[in-house]
Design a protein around this ligand. Structure first.
Ligand code: KIV
Ligand code: ZN
Length: 512
């Protein structure tokens, strides 16, 4: 008989801790809704004590999400736990996830606490959390480098205090699958009360083993896996949610476990996270990479034509990777466009739909063939920039062999018009100089990246920019048939996000 594995998504918490991966309030709610639609069991929505922005996002998600459990992270201190409890309070299903380090190196150098004091903190934090909710997860940070006897005592303390889920993270991505699986089997066999709680795996990918380790943990007795879309997370990231879900689904013969996740939304979730964070998905990324189902060599293509399963262990449509099909042209009407959006999993409000349709018509006028990927870029772009405080209204650029290149730009800043013309060393430099004159800042451009959404010289350009200013890092992305317009919109949007962070008094990335 197959057993259920709970999927705990930490894209908005551990994922957002990845430098440059910050997400806005609206983007977090958008992502949380998609995760709920996908039937993810637990959504770790953030770290409420880290900042007012984090608190507000967790609180808003707790008010919005009805079916998935909404979880907030907190350290062991009473203030952290109270703040977390307050943030998740409106959720019908709510969890406090509290953690403390248990390895000798962390206890000595990071916490500067004696082991007995750590045990006391575990008891105190879990008991306090239980006053606020029946669903309390406790994590032994750096569990894989913790002395085994101490880990057993720590886990027992957490269970006695009322923890309902016990997480044994491979915080530094150091474990091997055989070791990590054995760790779970050992703890489950030797801690009194272990059969009353759910054990959870949380793996980092420093050695590229996060998914393998998570699956080994399941073989050792874990029944929850913590993971993130596209493997986002601290340093090399967390286990990739899409890989875990598909490994368990495709290899049910070898591992009799299932998740409740709707795999047909995986591609959409991957694109959404990539768009929100500005982190591109590598072409050969398992499950959601552009090439994950592409067969280039003649031998493979020949095999595929004769029988798809010669080289394919799952179908692209199983994970929501449609064939790149020609969808519509400039004569397509409102109804056809709405149907197409519905097929692709988008439910837009009336305003968002009108906006997306107007953009689609404008694109179809300029571009001969409009593909699924064009529509995704267009709708995602509309959603990403709907609330932007700084909007690009008009742009004119003079470029070519005879410099200097110049950009003339009209912006709308907080609803007020602003105009300038500036020169630059190349057209992109001219555009960014012009925007910087109208929106002064001290940010450094850490990343400027352009990629074509589809094939062809008339393809839309998708531009990502990452800015940093005194430790604050923001990313933004925009798509347009004109690369310079996309660049201007992405840069203006990043500056708007930076300004919002500055005004909220948020500094460098919050760490767990
Ligand atoms: O990697 C880790 O140990 C964590 C904990 C806070 C669960 O992210
Ligand atoms: Zn982590």
């Amino acid at each position: 008989m197959t057993q259920a594995i709970r999927i705990f998504d930490t894209t908005m918490r551990d994922g957002e801790q990845s430098p440059g991966a910050s997400m806005s309030h609206a983007e977090k709610i958008e992502l949380a809704k998609l995760l709920e639609d996908m039937a993810v069991d637990v959504i770790e929505a953030g770290f409420p004590i880290a900042s007012q922005g984090d608190f507000d996002a967790v609180h808003a998600i707790a008010r919005t999400i009805k079916n998935s459990t909404v979880c907030g992270l907190s350290r062991a201190g009473a203030k952290d736990i109270e703040r977390c409890a307050e943030a998740i309070r409106p959720a019908p299903r709510k969890r406090i996830h509290t953690f403390i380090s248990t390895s000798p190196i962390h206890m000595k150098h990071k916490l500067q606490m004696e082991p007995d004091a750590v045990l006391e903190a575990i008891h105190g934090s879990v008991s306090l959390a239980r006053n606020h909710t029946d669903d309390v997860e406790w994590s032994a940070e750096d569990a894989t480098r913790t002395e085994r006897d101490f880990l057993l005592r720590a886990v027992e303390t957490a269970i006695r205090a009322g923890a309902t889920t016990i997480n044994l993270p491979d915080t530094v991505g150091y474990s091997f699958p055989s070791e990590y699986g054995a760790l779970f089997a050992d703890v489950i066999a030797n801690v009194p009360g272990a059969d009353e709680v759910i054990f959870s795996a949380h793996c980092h990918n420093d050695l590229g083993l996060a998914v393998a380790n998570s699956l080994a943990a399941v073989q050792g007795g874990a029944r929850q896996i913590e993971c993130a879309i596209n493997g986002l997370g601290e340093r090399a990231g967390n286990a990739a949610l899409e890989e875990i879900v598909m490994a368990l689904r495709v290899r049910g013969d070898g591992m009799p476990f299932t998740t409740g996740v709707d795999a047909t939304r995986l591609m959409m979730a991957s694109k959404m996270v990539s768009r929100i964070t500005g982190f591109p998905v590598q072409y050969n990324k398992a499950i959601v990479g552009k090439n994950a189902f592409a067969h280039e060599s003649g031998i493979h293509q020949d095999g595929m034509l004769k029988h798809a399963q010669t080289y394919e262990i799952m179908r692209p449509e199983d994970v929501g990777q449609g064939a790149t099909n020609l969808v519509m042209g400039k004569h397509s009407g409102r109804h056809a466009f709405k149907d197409k959006l519905r097929d692709m999993g988008y439910e837009l409000s009336d305003n968002a739909f009108q906006d997306a349709f107007a953009r689609f018509k404008a694109l179809a006028d300029r571009k001969k063939h409009v593909y699924d990927d064009d529509i995704i870029a267009l709708v995602d772009d509309a959603a990403a920039h709907f609330d932007d405080a700084i909007k690009v209204v008009r742009l004119r650029v003079v470029a070519g062999t005879d410099g200097p290149q110049t950009a003339e730009i009209d912006l709308e800043i907080d609803g007020k018009p602003a105009w300038t013309t500036q020169r630059g060393n190349g057209p992109v430099d001219a555009v960014f100089n012009a925007i910087s004159v109208l929106v002064p800042h001290q940010a450094v451009l850490d990343l400027y990246q352009v990629h074509a959404v589809t094939e062809g010289t008339d393809a839309q350009a998708e531009v990502s920019v990452r800015l940093s200013e005194h430790g604050r890092i923001v990313t933004a992305r925009s798509a347009d048939a004109d690369t310079l317009v996309a660049s201007a919109k992405a840069y203006a949007s990043a500056l708007a996000r930076l300004r919002a962070k500055r005004e909220r008094g948020e500094d460098a990335q919050a760490a767990g």
